[in-house]
Every structure is written in C-alpha cells, then in structure tokens.
Write a protein that binds this ligand. Structure first.
Ligand SMILES: C[S@@+](CC[C@H](N)C(=O)[O-])C[C@H]1O[C@@H](n2cnc3c(N)ncnc32)[C@H](O)[C@@H]1O
Length: 365
C-alpha cells in the first residue's frame, strides 16, 4: 500500500494567508510532521497524529515523513512561509535523492505558501518591484565565507536583498557583520526595513537607512530588506512611508540622484587598493596581476564602478558593451578607463596594448 506526502506551506502567520489547498492537505493528512512551533499553528484534528521536532533536524524529519508515506499513511510535512524557500521541500527531495529507492515512487506534492519575503514586501509597499535576491544569513548549512561572498555579489549587482534567518540567540553577530560588509558597498542613505513577525500579533516594522540601522533589532522572526540604489521611501499621510523599488532601473536623471556618482563631474571615485567592494571602485583582493581575465567578475568591472545606469544613459561615458559583459571585463581596459572617465569623454573602451594583468596592476595601484 502506498500513501502520499504533501509538503505544505503555512504562510508567515495568519490562516488567511494560507492557500486553500494547504488547508485541504492538512485536513486529509493522517500524520502531520514539522518543526513544533509550526505544528502549534495548526488546529488539531481528531485521530490525526503529530510528529513535532526541533529546527535542526530537517533531514531526519524528512526521512520519517517519507518512511510513513511508504507505509501507506497520508503525511503532511509543514513549513512556515513557502516550503520551497529555505524549508522542508528541499529536505524532502534531498532525502529522496539519497534514501530508499522506493521513495521515488511516492506521490509527493508541494503546496506553495506565501513566503515571509512576500508578506514583508506587502506590508512595506513595493520593495521587491525590481530585481532582488534572498540570502539566508545562517551558517548552519553553509560556511560564513560563502554568505559573505554572496552578500558582496548581491551588493555588487545592486540587487534588493532580502535577508532570512538574520540572527538567533546562537548567532547574534552575523547580522552585524553583514551590515558592516554592506555599508562598505552601499550608500548610507539606502533604505532598510526590519520586518518582524509579519502577520502575527507581535508584528513590528522598523524602517531606517543602512547608515542609521541598528542591526540588533533583528531576531529569528525578522526578515530584513536592504534596498538597491534605486529603492526609496515614499512619504504618505498618516503612516510610515512606503518602501519602493521602481519597476524601471535608471529612470529620471539617475546620475543626479545616484549616491555613487558625483553629479558635478559624473566621475566615479577612483579605486583604492584594499577596497572591499567594487561600488567604491575597488578591486577584489583575490585578483593579482597576471591572473587570467576569467576572473572578470573579480576584476570588477566596469559595470560596478560605472554601470550604465549609474552614469545615466548609454551614451554617457560608457556604452553598454563596455560594461557588464564578460567580454568587456576581458577588456579590463574598460575598468581602467572607467576610473579615468569624465563626462563628455568619448567612449574609451579599448586602451590597446594593455594585457589584462597590466591593467589589473594599474587598477590596483
Ligand atoms: C527557515 S526560514 C523559513 C522561510 C520560509 N520558508 C518562508 O518562505 O518565509 C525562517 C526565516 O524566515 C523569516 N520569517 C519567517 N516568518 C516570518 C514572519 N512572519 N515575519 C518575518 N520574517 C519571517 C525569518 O527571517 C526567519 O528567520
């Protein structure tokens, strides 16, 4: 006899934010498996068995659920928010991938839920209106240097960043490290929101800026949103401002309002050796003279220093082709040229004759 397994998203809190299919899957389940606080959010049904566990045992919880489904039971595994976002869906399929071959024949359904990121965004206005990324700050399942690298890359790409798992009692420091890193990369005026316990009775929202933020307000029930260079607060009467990331990037005189560009000269501050982040015109410290230009991202990148949108329009100093593409980075001369460019300069893509190593060297000096 074969049972079934539904991986069910409970949403961030209120029952109203749970999709009807989730309610039906819970109703039909003979067994509900999950992190105990999530089980506590579901009404008990007579005859239904519950299997609560701690928050660091995702794989063993997944195996238990699969084993019960293989015995013929109708199992629901619950996750907060969406089960596919830093949650049980991945654990279940990882267990299938590495476990009993018979589990591959099970009927497994993923029932989506509203992620905390979406719920927070809805409360805040429209902070995710343009490209964004989600990063978990927890180093329980990945090393911190990977988290740091991704934070830099996200800042570098000018994404809005949604930070999950920003802090816990066991990890109080990482949110401070993350802010320190991001402050090296983004303007102090960048809008930031701490959205805590969204949809629950103890919901709390703090809107601030990267420069003023106190990272210690974040805990394990908080979703942190760091704006991009385009994100702004929109005042409203009788309430806190809306947080907006416009749909279009680089609209209306971006050069004049972009914090990374000196409006008087449209000149980006030059790179300094040892800079941590390329928004300051910096070079990744791992790149050495003589390195292959394949380390293009590390060399960095005219697009960071001089993204077309930063300067304004494509016909400003830098044609799109000069920045942002791997080929161009290859022509690291763009990077060099970028640091020298002035408004009104002709496009200076090829500074012929410079090897990539030579150019890297020049930039690093
Ligand atoms: C393990 S992740 C699970 C994410 C979940 N699957 C989702 O889609 O939202 C837990 C993190 O989600 C965020 N989170 C979950 N519920 C939240 C809520 N109601 N308000 C704010 N953040 C929440 C917090 O960052 C928390 O540390």
């Amino acid at each position: 006899m074969t049972g079934s397994l539904a991986i069910v998203g409970l949403g961030p809190g209120p029952v109203d934010w749970m999709v009807p299919e989730a309610g039906a899957a819970l109703e039909a389940a003979s067994d509900v498996v999950g992190y105990q606080p999530y089980l506590d959010r579901i009404a008990a049904r007579p005859g239904q068995r519950r299997h609560g566990s701690g928050n660091r045992v995702e794989l063993s919880r997944a195996r238990l659920a699969l084993a019960m489904a293989a015995e013929g039971r109708n199992v629901a595994v619950v996750s907060g928010g969406d089960p596919g976002v830093f949650a049980m869906a991945a654990a279940i399929f990882e267990a299938v991938d590495t476990g009993d071959p018979s589990w591959r024949a099970l009927e497994i359904t993923v029932v989506p839920g509203i992620s905390a990121m979406q719920a927070a965004a809805a409360r805040l206005g429209a902070p995710l209106g343009h490209d964004f990324c989600a990063i978990s700050l927890s180093d329980n399942l990945k090393p911190w240097h990977v988290v740091a690298r991704r934070l830099r890359a996200a800042a570098d790409g000018d994404f809005v960043i949604a930070l999950f798992n920003p802090a816990s009692k066991a990890r109080p420091e990482q949110i401070h490290q993350a802010f320190s890193l991001l402050r090296d990369c983004r303007a102090a005026a960048t809008p930031v929101a701490f959205a805590r316990a969204i949809g629950r009775a103890d919901e709390q929202i703090v809107q601030t800026t990267l420069g003023d933020a106190d990272p210690s307000v974040a805990d394990m029930s908080t979703l942190v949103v760091i704006g991009s260079s385009e994100t702004r607060f929109v005042d409203r009467a009788g309430g806190p401002p809306w947080m907006l990331t416009p749909r279009s990037y680089g609209g209306e005189t971006p050069a004049l309002r972009h914090p990374r560009v000196d409006a008087a000269t449209l000149r980006h501050p030059p790179a300094r050796p040892g800079d941590q982040c390329r928004h300051g015109g910096a070079i990744d410290p791992r790149v050495k003279p003589g390195d292959d230009v394949g380390t293009v991202d590390d060399v960095g990148t005219a697009d960071d220093d001089w993204a077309v949108d930063d300067v304004g329009t494509v016909d400003d100093d830098w044609a799109v082709d000069d920045v942002g593409t791997v080929d161009d980075v290859g022509t690291v001369d763009d990077v060099v040229a970028a640091t020298d460019a002035r408004a009104g300069d002709e496009q200076r893509a090829p500074q012929a004759g410079l090897s990539s190593a030579g150019i890297v060297d020049r930039v690093r000096r």
